[in-house]
Design a protein around this ligand. Structure first.
Ligand code: ADP
Ligand code: ADP
Length: 223
């Protein structure tokens, strides 16, 4: 079943075309958006996350339009931007509780939502530590936990493995597929190894257009 429908989305920055007429359906599982620098990956995630205002076309999440019903759309969305700052003074649990509140998770379900998010990223044992005490790889997991705390149907991870050491990267490559069991996960990456390790499906962007859309198997067979 379809989670997201992207129709005719184009985006330009002061004349420079970053996305051109993109049509994509997103289903549960992990979709990797691959492409060289400047291909439009960040712009695509920016439009899906509503961080960028849509200029042309539409994005629909289970019947909810990203522009007409932005608030409900965002309540169904989780987003890990490429660079993000965490409130280092808070404990992991305090931060996730605050995030759940900001994302409109009802009060009665908030503690359970925080525990589910901690479990999802395998951080339950660190819940009462201050964020400042955690490693870079753990920070990335906290970033993913904040993105899933509202049980989103659509989860966007912009370059989730960048800047991690090989061991942390392996951990994340194991984690991400588990997040796609019951939702559409979109990761952007320029690493083909990420694609093979994490994704079911590959979208290759080049100069703002979809150049390839298929399974990881088809992608690797065609290379
Ligand atoms: P990617 O994430 O694949 O590297 P981007 O979506 O960041 O690609 O960029 C797509 C195109 O849009 C590139 O040509 C880039 O130079 C341009 N671009 C991106 N952000 C801006 C901006 N803020 N202002 C002007 N041009 C931009
Ligand atoms: P704005 O409308 O000015 O973008 P908001 O208060 O709506 O500000 O959002 C504050 C921050 O929270 C932004 O940086 C936004 O990217 C982030 N955000 C909002 N909704 C979500 C979400 N569902 N998942 C992840 N980040 C989100």
């Amino acid at each position: 079943e379809n989670v997201v429908q992207v129709r005719g989305v184009s985006h330009r920055y002061r004349g420079a075309i970053a996305l051109h007429e993109v049509d994509v359906d997103l289903r549960p599982g992990v979709t990797a958006v691959l492409g060289p620098n400047g291909a439009g990956k960040s712009t695509f995630l920016g439009v899906l996350s509503t961080a960028l205002r849509i200029q042309r076309g539409s994005v629909d999440l289970g019947g909810i339009d990203s522009v007409r019903d932005r608030r409900r759309y965002r309540a169904g969305l989780g987003f890990l931007p490429q660079s993000f700052t965490l409130p280092t003074n808070l404990t992991v649990r305090e931060f996730l509780g605050l995030t759940a509140w900001q994302r409109l998770v009802p009060r009665a379900g908030r503690a359970a939502a925080v525990e589910a998010a901690l479990d999802a990223v395998d951080l339950a044992g660190r819940r009462d530590e201050r964020i400042s005490a955690l490693s870079g790889g753990m920070h990335r997991r906290v970033g993913i936990a904040q993105a899933v705390v509202n049980h989103p149907r659509l989860l966007l991870l912009d370059e989730p493995t960048v800047g991690l050491d090989p061991r942390q990267r392996r951990g994340l490559r194991e984690l991400v597929p588990t997040l796609g069991a019951d939702r559409a996960v979109v990761i952007s990456t320029h690493l083909t190894e990420d694609v093979a390790a994490m994704a079911d499906r590959v979208l290759v962007l080049a100069e703002g257009a979809v150049r390839f859309d298929g399974t990881v198997h088809e992608f690797t067979a065609g290379r």
